[in-house]
Ligand binder design. Structure first.
Ligand code: SAH
Ligand code: SF4
Ligand code: F3S
Length: 482
């Protein structure tokens, strides 16, 4: 972990700093003292755990929570009982919420047995006032509730909780602040997500993200590049640039810069071997980006381009601002520039008013675009979004039937696509020892496809050439060469 700020420089006798992130470093130092005192009393280390739901943005935020907790002296633990547990929640679909409520039921029992265990709830779900009301009423044993706009305040909120002795709730409606230089503890030593934008301005009519993550803000390119340089020095070879719509990066900065221009700068950083990004909105995919990708040695030939629906009529209702034809044209442009590219997508089934004809259009795009894989979702009604009050919500049994038909087709096309590299020898970034076969390791092609092959932990984080001996549908078995 980087030490962004030297703790020795912080004077706990001086007034609490107002500027960020200095203010939070002050609280981290204060809590570090508290943690060592508790350690002495208990005769053991204090432990933490971050449980993450949702997308890569949440995963990245969790790494920041872990970084801050480690600065305070907490150590990571997989046990059920820890001294502080952070639930970083997601609310993009109803089932994400249900999973969190399920966990909260168990926590109630745990907390009764271990009253000193601190429970912090944060993330997208907390930005919904109804959720917070319910938590306050039905789960009064929770210690800290905070939202997506003030994640950097985590140390201050822990301190507040200790001083107050009861639940602390702090949710902001929005922010234009970006707090840089928070500590971060990476899950993987050799790869890392890097935020480039926060929030979203697109307001797709089904989606709650703009309401819970606020307006789109771009980080300054200097901050992004500095972070990636530091990551490279710390052993990172692969970065994933993160934003709800990376293609609109930089447009609102004081000195505007395009996403394609940013990529060119990232490419120059020594030590970085692979560059990925997520997510691209089709409406903002520029020819310039395709060109930069095609000429790049480091940008992975994998494009995640969410379709959502193949029906131009439904796309209009979804406020996606592209048509079926435009989407297929983009697919063609990508394949023309990079014939080997792998394409993945997100699809929603059962959007209000979706007819069988609309659904057939979606199947048609799946056949034509030949996705390497597709994440398929059943439409979930999110309170507060325009689609929630649309008439013609599609009956559950109809949606289930369509969903199963879509899964089947996606399964077929992605199997054909994935199998196309059988017999080739390609570079694989090794990620971990195989979970089932201890003599094997698992890694990824630049195309994002998973490969298993004989090897040991010493290969983790290395890029090695692997002969893809057998295609297994969604992954390959291979043999390392050389
Ligand atoms: N910003 C990204 C997606 C973020 S959410 C984009 O525009 O593509 C990830 C995926 O969840 C979306 O692509 C969409 O397919 C799905 N999703 C979002 N809201 C949903 C809802 N209300 N019901 C079902 N799926 C939804
Ligand atoms: Fe949601 Fe649309 Fe924004 Fe993606 S682009 S986060 S789907 S509103
Ligand atoms: Fe979920 Fe929030 Fe991401 S709602 S998908 S965790 S932005």
């Amino acid at each position: 972990m980087f030490h962004m700020i030297d703790f020795d420089q912080i004077d706990l006798l001086a007034p609490v700093p107002n500027g960020e992130p200095m203010r939070q470093y002050y609280f981290m130092k204060l809590l570090k003292n508290w943690v060592s005192k508790r350690e002495e009393e208990l005769g053991r280390k204090l432990t933490y755990q971050c449980r993450t739901f949702g997308c890569q943005m949440n995963a990245k935020d969790s790494e920041k929570f872990a970084g801050m907790l480690e600065e305070m002296g907490f150590v990571s633990s997989e046990e059920d009982v820890v001294d502080i547990v952070v639930y970083n929640t997601c609310t993009v679909r109803e089932n994400a919420n249900q999973r969190v409520y399920g966990h909260l039921g168990n926590l109630k029992t745990l907390k009764k047995k271990h009253p000193d265990m601190m429970i912090a709830m944060c993330g997208c779900m907390m930005q919904e006032p109804d959720v917070v009301e319910k938590l306050k009423k039905s789960y009064p044993f929770i210690d800290i509730i905070f939202g997506t706009h003030n994640i950097f305040q985590f140390p201050e909120l822990i301190q507040k909780r200790i001083e107050k002795g009861s639940m602390v709730v702090d949710i902001w409606d929005g922010t234009d602040m970006i707090v840089e230089n928070l500590p971060s503890e990476r899950k993987y030593k050799f790869k890392s997500g890097v935020n480039i934008t926060y929030g979203c301005n697109n307001f797709c009519s089904y989606c709650i993200v703009p309401y819970v993550r606020g307006r789109e803000r771009s980080r300054n390119p200097e901050d992004i590049l500095k972070e990636i340089e530091d990551l490279a020095k710390d052993g990172v070879v692969e970065v994933m640039l993160l934003g709800q719509n990376v293609n609109s990066y930089g447009k609102t900065l004081e000195h505007p810069i395009s996403f394609a221009e940013l990529l060119k700068e990232v490419e120059k950083i020594d030590g970085i071997e692979r560059i990925r990004f997520m997510t691209s909105h089709p409406k903002d995919l520029s020819p310039e980006l395709i060109e930069v990708m095609a000429n790049s040695k480091k940008i992975c030939r994998h494009f995640h381009l969410p379709l959502q629906s193949g029906s131009s009529r439904v796309l209009k209702e979804m406020n996606r601002r592209y048509t079926k034809e435009r989407y297929l044209e983009l697919v063609e442009n990508l394949r023309e520039a990079m014939p080997d590219i792998s394409l993945t997508t997100d699809i929603i089934v059962g959007f209000p008013g979706e007819t069988e004809e609309d659904f057939q259009e979606t199947l048609d795009v799946v056949e034509k675009a030949r996705f390497d894989s597709a994440y398929t979702f059943i439409y979930s009604k999110r309170t507060g979004t325009p689609a929630a009050t649309m008439e013609n919500q599609v009956p559950e049994d109809v949606v289930k039937d369509r969903f199963n038909r879509l899964l089947k087709l996606v399964g077929q096309t992605s199997k054909e696509q994935t199998n196309r590299m059988e017999g080739m020898t390609l570079p694989v970034l090794v990620e971990e020892v195989n979970r089932q076969l201890p003599d094997y390791v698992t890694g990824r092609l630049e195309y994002n496809t998973v490969v298993h092959f004989p090897g040991d932990a010493s290969l983790i984080g290395k890029i090695v050439n692997v002969h893809l001996t057998k295609a297994k549908g969604f992954y390959y078995m291979g043999e390392m060469e050389g």
